[in-house]
Design a protein around this ligand. Structure first.
Ligand code: SF4
Length: 429
């Protein structure tokens, strides 16, 4: 991003120390090991070497409508790669397109994650033990600055120590930073890996933006997963802007979700509200996208000096704001979403815009930056904490920038890369 866009005022924008080519084999591995369905068409350059393991889910009404509209606008629509079985895969069934795809477990186990793929496979080897309902308090180190294990509260809230040759943290951007900051010792008085005050900095998420459109005909078929079609035409190359976002139709919504999506000025109660619900539940479409956020040094996770959680571990304290440029980009992307919906036949559209508040809930990233310079990053290119030879981090916290995409596949691909590096090298660390 820095090589492409240069220095941006009030942002710590930088390049990743690894390339797409470094990650590409692991993207492919994650797609096949975890299970991704999608179309043959490449969403963007650079291309993948191997097709996705499963075909796309059937096209929804919105897909057909928005796809034709996108092509009329000269855009390049494609099937969204989904972590969902479109057909039986790896011993589990295909999606039956229910309404409960967001916020609920899948009734037929067609939604893919580590919980129903790699963790059961690891347990089956006999080389993995899973301890649930445990909370790590701190990473332990010896006088030479080497990690010796972790202190954790077990399921009975007893404090225990687990010795380890290698420690890998994967708690996501807020909790991984919190754990490092809470791991203090004589050698690491400000938290492990925090010699130069970079742990917890550059907290990012995504500035979600887009638009809603109302139609005078049915466009929403109320079948899961809902999200089906996307464009990447606005991820980069937007005049005067840094980065951008993909745009796609939104996931399936339950009526209660739709109740919060009324147009500006419409009451959220009473007959007018009910009429709107009845008329437009199936005559509406939402197009949204995750605007790539510029990293801000003051957007950060700290640990609270006075407030502890149930176990007395200092809680995370978040502060800061989005970069002003994110809001400008979000407005630009929302305009494009409205244009796409209007081309598809929407009779009324309105934007859905983020504010300047701190991000880092959904899609949180950035707090343990990966880099070559220990003065301006927390982990090296193999995601090893600069100061500690046997401590690694493998989650979104290492992302230098978070892309204009959902980051999960990058997190998984990088975890495979880090895991392979540790497996090949751990005896020498
Ligand atoms: S729509 Fe989602 S929850 Fe429903 S069957 Fe398909 S994958 Fe499972």
């Amino acid at each position: 991003m820095r090589s492409t866009y240069g220095t941006v005022e009030a942002s710590t924008l930088d390049d990743w120390p690894i390339s797409y080519e470094d990650l590409e084999p692991y993207y492919e591995k994650a797609e096949w090991e975890i299970g991704v369905s999608g179309g043959p068409e490449p969403p963007q350059k650079p291309p993948r070497k191997k097709p996705l393991p499963m075909p796309p889910l059937p096209d929804s009404k919105e897909h057909v409508l928005l796809g034709a509209a996108a092509k009329r606008l000269g855009l390049h629509p494609f099937h969204i790669p989904m972590l969902r079985n479109s057909v039986p895969y790896n011993g589990r069934g295909g999606c039956m397109r229910c309404r409960w795809c967001v916020g609920f477990a899948c009734e037929v186990d067609a939604k893919n994650g580590t919980h129903n793929t790699v963790i059961p496979r690891a347990l089956a080897t006999g080389n993995c033990e899973l301890r649930t309902n445990c909370v790590v308090k701190e990473v332990l180190t010896n006088g030479k600055g080497r990690a010796t294990g972790v202190a954790y509260f077990d399921q009975h809230n007893h404090l225990r120590e687990q010795p380890a040759d290698v420690v890998v943290i994967a708690g996501s951007a807020v909790e991984s930073a919190r754990l490092l900051l809470n791991s203090r010792s004589l050698l690491f008085p400000n938290g492990i890996g925090n010699r130069y005050d970079w742990v917890g900095r550059n907290l990012q998420g995504h500035a979600y933006t887009g638009a809603m459109g109302l139609f005078n005909f049915e466009v929403f078929d109320d079948l899961g997963p809902g999200a089906s079609i996307a464009i990447c035409d606005y991820n980069h190359g937007n005049p005067g802007l840094v980065g951008g976002a993909l745009l796609c139709n939104e996931f399936i919504r339950l009526p209660i979700h739709f109740a919060g999506m009324s147009p500006p000025g419409l009451p959220r109660w009473g007959n007018e509200h009910k009429d709107y619900m009845r008329k437009y539940y199936r005559r509406s479409s939402v197009v949204m996208g995750p605007v790539q956020e510029l990293p801000v040094f003051e957007a950060r996770v700290q640990v609270d000096p006075t407030v502890g959680d149930f176990w007395g571990i200092p809680v995370a304290r978040l502060s800061g704001h989005r970069h002003p440029s994110d809001i400008v980009t979000a407005k630009y992307i929302a305009d494009k979403a409205e244009r796409w919906l209007k081309e598809a036949g929407a009779i009324r559209t309105w934007p859905r815009l983020p504010g300047s508040e701190l991000s880092g809930g959904q899609h949180q990233a950035g707090t343990c930056r990966m880099g070559n310079d220990p003065h301006t990053s927390v982990v090296d290119r193999n995601c090893r904490v600069h100061d500690v030879e046997n401590l690694f981090i493998a989650d979104g916290s290492v992302h230098v920038t978070n892309g204009g995409f959902n980051p999960v596949l990058t997190i998984m691909a990088n975890a495979y890369r880090v895991g392979e590096h540790i497996a090949q090298n751990w005896k020498s660390v």
